[in-house]
Design a protein around this ligand. Structure first.
Ligand SMILES: [Zn+2]
Length: 68
């Protein structure tokens, strides 16, 4: 993974990102905080948009968030 991709992930999870969310999105983000991404599991849940997708891609196919 290129270093600028890592920086983008950190940016997405910054406090500024959370402060820009509406209430529903904050609740989703809080729920997402409980999600543990298990690379050996057959399915991954995106912590940003809660989309479930088959483990494999390092980015969420829905929102493009990079996962682990
Ligand atoms: Zn996503």
């Amino acid at each position: 993974m290129a270093s600028h991709d890592v920086a983008r992930c950190q940016e997405i999870f910054s406090d500024e990102w959370v402060s820009g969310l509406d209430e529903g999105q904050r609740e989703a983000a809080a729920a997402a905080a409980d999600i543990v991404i298990d690379p050996s599991a057959p399915e991954t849940t995106c912590p940003a948009c809660l989309t479930k997708f088959a483990t494999g891609p390092s980015e969420c196919p829905e929102c493009g968030l990079c996962i682990g």
